[in-house]
Design a protein around this ligand. Structure first.
Ligand SMILES: Cc1cc2nc3c(=O)[nH]c(=O)nc-3n(C[C@H](O)[C@H](O)[C@H](O)COP(=O)(O)OP(=O)(O)OC[C@H]3O[C@@H](n4cnc5c(N)ncnc54)[C@H](O)[C@@H]3O)c2cc1C
Length: 472
């Protein structure tokens, strides 16, 4: 049975106390932002944006060469972008999942899988090394089949993925429901090594502290207003000052890029999340969910969900909303229609939890590109590098993205820079109004496919043929 578009009116009472605030940022540990930059400074490396990408870039740059002077500027505060408001799935995949990797880079997928696992291990090692408390758990993830055609598709994957070094285990209905009990589950594909779960905001704050301890200068409430090449350097203007930098790493994700030509490659897509109040012991027993695995269903419009340290369920996904002209802004972080739909889908999945309330409802922008995986490049005669296009799976991949940016800025040839994935760019999106029209048609087609046992219409098959898509 496909998930309905409209919630039953009685479901909406579960949302009446929900704060429109990102759950992870609503934390007494949230640090006071560093002061804004005033005056003119110069540096070896300037990083713009303090989400995971910017923070890993700063940390890795200092670890590689502690004599390097590194400055990080952030428009608002650390973690305020996608990094402090996501599901907290730290995926090992660098390619937005195994199947997407197989579609685009079959020849290098074994290497990418290994690099992704190494990246996840390195994230874990850094969390231990810098003593970051962020509820990092490696219980894996479980992809759920809620329709019969999905059972067929998922159960063939362990055999296909094994030669690439990807361990996947098919669980039948009974095995799946013994882990988490929903009347919708028909089976599940368990990936024991595929992902860790983290409190993402706490990870950003821990990385910020590690950066400060290593000597990175961080300025918050300091948006970069413009970026210009001036002689042998780059000058970045901010409201009360400017930075002259030998090299610049752009880590601004779905926000308007400072290098304007990049805006054709990404669309900001809003993804929304609900978080419940803490469950009682009997509520937990009613769904039998004892582990800390991350869960997701396998529709085109999918839900992802997980538990929190204080016993809540975070429930997000399904709608991926694009606003004309690549619009971003605080006003788009709340969408009551989407919240109502998410609540309905939550109680369809877990009818045992009827009466449970949501305490937080929020959204954030994802930097979707047409191949769903990051891309890199250099600009301004090699002095500026960028990584973009994580498309909803950047919590883990951002560290890898940061390493590649540093390789590129330092002019190093590495295993990473040799990858086809790193050397190529996604197909750009068309300009408006065609961009909105194409995205709208694709969204509607994906919705129809979910309603009709996954059958893809002519438009989706055309996009498949061209290697293009739209996802969150
Ligand atoms: C609701 C939601 C759920 C998600 N769930 C998951 C998940 O479970 N797993 C997963 O892997 N991924 C998930 N993602 C995606 C993931 O959060 C991102 O891919 C990742 O956080 C990207 O990190 P980033 O540092 O590149 O971007 P961001 O965290 O967005 O950081 C960019 C920063 O740049 C700053 N900035 C922008 N412009 C300027 C400027 N001009 N000057 C200075 N600063 C600027 C912004 O303020 C922001 O802090 C999710 C995203 C959302 C929105």
């Amino acid at each position: 049975m496909p998930f309905p578009r409209n919630p039953r009116p009685e479901i909406l009472t579960s949302l009446k106390d929900a704060l429109p605030v990102p759950f992870w940022m609503d934390d007494s540990q949230r640090p006071t932002p560093e002061p804004a930059l005033t005056g003119r400074i110069s540096t070896d490396l300037l990083i713009i944006g303090a989400g995971f990408t910017g923070l890993w870039t700063a940390l890795l740059a200092m670890e590689m060469d502690s004599s390097r002077h590194v400055v990080l500027i952030e428009a608002e505060e650390t973690g305020i972008g996608a990094s402090g408001r996501n599901g907290g799935f730290v995926s090992a995949s660098l390619t937005h999942g195994f199947e997407n990797g197989l579609k685009y880079w079959p020849d290098e997928l074994a290497k990418l899988t290994r690099m992704g696992q190494e990246n996840l291990e390195a994230i874990q090692a850094a969390i231990q090394h810098y003593n970051i408390e962020c509820d990092f758990r490696r219980d894996g993830e479980l992809m759920l089949a809620t329709e019969t055609y999905q059972v067929k598709e998922l159960r063939r994957l362990p055999k296909i993925a094994a030669p690439y070094g990807e361990k996947l285990v098919w669980l039948n209905q009974e095995e799946t429901r013994s882990l988490v009990n929903s009347p919708l589950y028909l089976g599940g594909l368990y990936s024991p090594n595929g992902a860790a779960m983290v409190n993402p905001a706490q990870l950003t704050w821990g990385l910020k502290k590690a950066c400060l301890d290593l000597g990175v200068q961080i300025y918050e409430h300091t948006p970069a207003l413009s970026l210009k090449k001036a002689g042998g350097a780059i000058v970045v203007r901010t409201p009360y000052g400017q930075v002259q930098a030998s090299k610049v790493a752009l880590a601004t994700n779905a926000f308007p890029p400072l290098v304007k030509s990049l805006s054709c490659y990404i669309v900001p897509v809003y993804d929304y999340v609900l978080v419940t109040e803490p469950l009682t012991t009997s509520q937990w027993a009613s769904i039998g969910w004892q582990g800390r695995q991350g869960l997701a269903d396998s529709n085109n419009q999918f839900h992802y969900y997980r538990t929190t340290l204080d016993g809540r369920i975070l429930w997000g996904g399904y709608d991926a909303v694009y606003h004309r002209n690549n619009a971003v802004g605080k006003h788009l972080e709340v969408d009551y229609e989407v919240f109502g739909r998410l609540a309905e889908h939550f109680f369809l999945t877990f009818p045992q939890l009827s009466g449970l309330r949501f305490t937080h409802s929020f959204g954030g922008a994802i930097d979707t590109c047409s191949r769903f995986s990051p891309f890199w490049g250099l600009h301004s005669a090699g002095r500026v590098s960028y990584v973009l296009g994580f498309t909803g799976l950047g919590v883990g991949a951002s560290r890898f993205g940061a390493l590649v940016m540093l390789d590129l800025l330092d002019g190093k040839s590495t295993d990473r820079t040799a990858l086809k994935m790193v050397k190529t760019k996604p197909v750009p999106f068309p300009p408006e109004p065609f961009r909105s029209m194409v995205i709208d048609l694709t969204r509607k087609s994906l919705e129809q496919a979910d309603d009709h046992q996954g059958r893809r219409n002519l438009w989706l098959r055309l996009l498949d043929g061209l290697g293009l898509g739209f996802d969150s």
